[in-house]
Design a protein around this ligand. Structure first.
Ligand SMILES: CSC[C@H]1O[C@@H](n2cnc3c(O)ncnc32)[C@H](O)[C@@H]1O
Ligand SMILES: [Zn+2]
Length: 426
């Protein structure tokens, strides 16, 4: 039995307050926040002086192995980028490329304070391997392009991934089905995915309403918006994590609320691909769950959730000319508590007794953390992820004093770099 005590740490609590607490961890869970009984003897004590403890970040939408394509194709619009640069090179990626790309992503995410990620890509059993080995928590899905020749094979692989990995690794791994988008998956295919999701009891992860072009084409082709089309084909009945939702109307938002569609908002990627500004404030007011995501490292170009926290707050303030649009606490909750709901968990995203011990500790010994008027404000508006000191996932220390403890960073950098170079020469 492993017992860890975080002693006298500044802890961000569920109500948004920050207070000095002891946090007792036993195996994979937080067992106590506050006074710890002297009869409870820890195996390891971490000194919380000058440390801020928050729930680990939850990246609700990414394509981990795309780290290999970081800085490969920039300054392009989505469809041009996908069709002319990304899909041709992805077709050459090997299973080992996917593994080392995922390992690079996992290393980067842990070092920047993320403890859970939601992923969509191919060869996902290799991503699962990276997750198992690293101690990370993840929701994995095989992205399906629903046209011949690979549509049926992709669906079979998705079902196998679900059967092999859903709720494995002490429940650190979960699986969803992921039809890529309405423009790559025709209605007949989406209906097949819905049947499979119902048969397995799986939820659906899909890109929806990312660009104006997607919405206009969908209306032209099917006479309705992507969200309304998803209702028609039954996708919304399955439990949906929708990435982007940039161009959604009031009618779409009402449908999303009706079916409890959860949204992964990706401010960095939406800005870089010039996709637009998602109506986040409006969706939040409508009671929709919204988390934050980085999207892949080829459209961001990093997997740093604190950057997304910073961006979501600033983007929507300036968009609405309203400094109250997304306050500091809302942006942090989107990256943690709301993100947990979006990813489908009810026991992570908050520092709370009985919840999983997924915790990120920031070292506050740097200029950006002084003076200490308001620690939440410092975290959102001043700090950066190089201040991440320690990360605990499922009760295990995976980063200590900035050093990865389970995976070998030097080897990962070497392998990922070599594979990325070989890939562009193929
Ligand atoms: C078939 S696996 C997933 C697929 O999605 C591609 N992708 C990466 N970023 C985006 C995005 O912002 N919108 C749509 N599709 C995206 C990725 O390259 C894979 O091919
Ligand atoms: Zn995406």
């Amino acid at each position: 039995m492993a017992k860890i005590l975080l002693k006298n740490v500044q802890a961000l609590l569920e109500d948004g307050s920050v207070a000095e607490k002891n946090i007792a961890i036993e195996n994979d869970k937080i067992v106590k926040i506050g006074e710890v009984d002297t009869s409870w003897v820890p195996d390891q004590v971490l000194d919380g002086k000058d440390k801020l403890a928050i729930p680990g970040f939850i990246n609700t939408h990414t394509h981990a192995s795309m780290t290999l394509l970081r800085s490969y194709a920039d300054d392009m619009q989505l469809m041009d980028w996908l069709q002319n640069k990304i899909w041709p090179i992805e077709a050459k990626m090997s299973s080992n490329d996917i593994y080392w790309g995922a390992m690079l992503a996992v290393a980067e995410m842990i070092k920047t304070g993320t403890t859970t990620f939601v992923d969509m890509y191919s060869e996902m059993h290799r991503v699962a391997e990276a997750v198992e080995e690293s101690g990370m928590r993840a929701v994995l899905s095989r992205g399906m392009i629903g046209v011949a020749p690979n549509g049926q094979e992709a669906l079979a692989e998705s079902k196998k991934l679900f059967r092999d990995y859903h709720q494995t690794a002490n429940n650190r791994i979960r699986v969803m089905l992921a039809p890529h988008a309405p423009y790559t998956c025709p209605p007949a295919y989406l209906r097949q995915v819905v049947d499979s999701a119902k048969e397995l009891g799986a939820e659906i992860h899909i890109h929806l309403s990312e660009t104006l072009g997607e919405v206009e084409d969908c209306k032209k082709q099917y006479g309705k918006s992507p969200i309304a089309l998803m209702e028609e084909v039954g996708v919304l009945d399955c439990g949906v994590l929708a990435a982007h939702c940039v161009h959604v109307s009031s009618e779409d938002i009402a449908l999303m609320k009706k079916y409890n569609v959860r949204v992964a908002h990706n401010p960095g990627s939406n800005m870089k691909l010039a996709s637009g500004i998602s109506p986040v404030a409006k969706m939040l007011s409508a009671g929709i769950s919204i988390g934050l995501g980085t999207d892949g490292a080829s459209s961001n170009n990093n997997l740093d959730m604190l950057e997304e926290v910073h961006l979501v707050s600033l983007l929507h303030k300036v968009h609405h000319l309203d400094p109250l649009a997304i306050p500091a606490l809302t942006s942090i909750k989107m990256a943690t508590e709301y993100g947990a709901k979006v990813a489908g968990f009810d026991d992570i995203g908050v520092l709370k007794e009985g919840y999983k011990a997924d915790i990120t500790l920031f070292n506050m010994n740097s200029t950006q953390w002084f003076p200490r008027h308001d620690l939440l404000s410092l975290l959102v508006y001043s700090a950066n992820s190089s201040h991440v000191d320690t990360v605990i996932i499922d009760g295990k220390i995976v980063l200590e004093k900035g050093i990865l403890t389970i995976i070998d960073e030097e080897r990962i950098l070497y392998e990922a770099n070599k594979r990325a170079q070989d890939l562009i020469r193929k």
